[in-house]
Every structure is written in structure tokens, then in C-alpha cells.
Design a protein. Structure first.
Length: 222
């Protein structure tokens, strides 16, 4: 279902983007809006729901962002999945619906805000063609983080170039709430995934690639 983004979208009303039946559950994806008083602007959400009872849907997670209805720009804020539903591909699915909805409404200028604190969410964004304007920063910036995966477990391994940043990350809520592990040195026995830099603007580099990947992911649930 196509949703036309305009100023008539009601606050906290579910505007259904898609609905499908999979794994013996009825699923729903909706676009919602709320007013963020601190910033004096609207926040938009794409939320993923799964039906629990006859008429009861549970929200498993959401992606949220700002929209400029005049300039057709969108600023990605963040993404949240309930802890019990993580590592099941829902973050990727929400990202795919975000890309699809934005491009369908001719929002082609997609960028992240500067408060990105989750390395593996930046990794997910990069898989959907978000990238730094100057990729040379991966070689020169002191705050580069290398991401690793160990096929034997589900931890998210991080190798910080800046050891002070690593110590700060260890004390933060993200480290506490998610399954991150800090490495002291490179691990040749792990799979190297990518490099990211926190608190840096990323934007969509290849629109065709981003769109094609979004369609592949969405079609996987059909």
C-alpha cells in the first residue's frame, strides 16, 4: 500500500504501509507521527507490528526520522528493536521500508543526524548505501571503529582506533544494553565486516543500490 506523505498525517494515527501473513502471524507496518516538543518539530516513525490476539497488535520495533515536507529531505534519527526480538532481521526490514517509503515519495536526500552512537546500526545503514561524503576519513580519522563477527557466537565485536573512545563506550548504555564486546587487537580468526565512524553524517550514495536492496528485503517477507 502506498502512503502519500503530507501535512495531513494525523498525530499517533497508524497509516498502514503494508500488511502481510508470515510464520502463522499477521504483520503490519505503519507510518506514524508525533510532536517532539524539545525540538519543536514532528518526528515520524515506521513501526513493525505483529498480531498477538484477535485485535491486539504488539509493536516489535521502529525506525524514526525527521521529514522536511518542503525540501523533500529526511534525517534518519535512529532505530529500536525490543531486546527479545533482536537478531531476527527486523532492523533490516524496517530500514528497507524506510528506503522504499522515502523514494516512493521522492525524498531522495536522506542523511543521518550527528548523534549516531550504535556502530552496528551504522553498519546496517552502510549496507543500504549510506556512506560518508569523504571516505578517506576511514584511513585518517582517529575515531574509526572496526567491526568483526565471530561465527561461533552472537556478539558484536568492536576494535576502537581511539582507546579513550573505547573506554567511554564501555561505560555507556549501549554497551550495557546490547551484546557488544570490545577487542584489544585485530582478530584474524574473526570475520572483518566494515569500518564506521560515530557522530558523523552519512548519506545515501547510490540510490539505485539502496532501492534494489530494499525491494529484495521487503519481498523476503511476502
Amino acid at each position: 500500500m502506498m502512503i502519500l506523505i503530507n501535512d495531513k498525517i494525523d498525530y499517533l494515527k497508524q497509516n498502514v504501509i503494508d500488511i502481510f501473513f508470515k510464520d502463522d502471524f499477521l504483520w503490519k507496518v505503519s507510518l506514524e507521527k508525533s510532536y517532539f516538543a524539545l525540538k519543536n518539530k514532528d518526528q515520524y516513525f515506521i513501526k513493525l507490528y505483529r498480531r498477538k490476539g484477535l485485535n491486539n497488535f504488539e509493536c516489535l520495533g521502529y525506525i524514526y526520522f525527521y521529514l522536511d515536507l518542503v525540501t523533500k529531505k529526511s534525517t534518519y534519527i535512529g532505530l529500536y528493536i525490543k531486546p527479545e526480538y533482536r537478531n531476527q532481521g527486523f532492523a533490516s526490514l524496517l530500514m528497507a521500508y524506510y528506503i522504499d517509503l522515502m523514494f516512493s515519495n521522492e525524498y531522495l536526500d536522506l542523511k543521518t543526524n550527528l548523534k549516531q552512537r550504535k556502530p552496528f546500526l551504522l553498519y546496517l545503514l552502510k549496507k543500504y548505501s549510506f556512506e560518508l561524503a569523504n571516505q578517506e576519513f576511514y584511513e585518517s580519522d582517529p575515531n574509526v571503529i572496526s567491526l568483526y563477527h565471530n561465527p561461533k557466537d552472537s556478539f558484536k565485536y568492536l576494535l576502537f582506533k581511539n582507546k579513550g573512545q573505547a573506554e567511554t563506550f564501555k561505560k555507556g548504555k549501549i554497551m550495557e544494553e546490547d551484546n557488544y564486546q570490545i577487542l584489544d587487537t585485530e582478530r584474524t580468526d574473526f570475520d572483518f565486516l566494515d569500518k564506521v565512524i560515530l557522530s558523523t553524517e552519512y548519506g545515501v550514495k547510490d540510490h539505485n543500490e539502496a532501492y534494489q536492496k530494499s525491494q529484495i528485503r521487503i519481498n523476503q517477507v511476502k
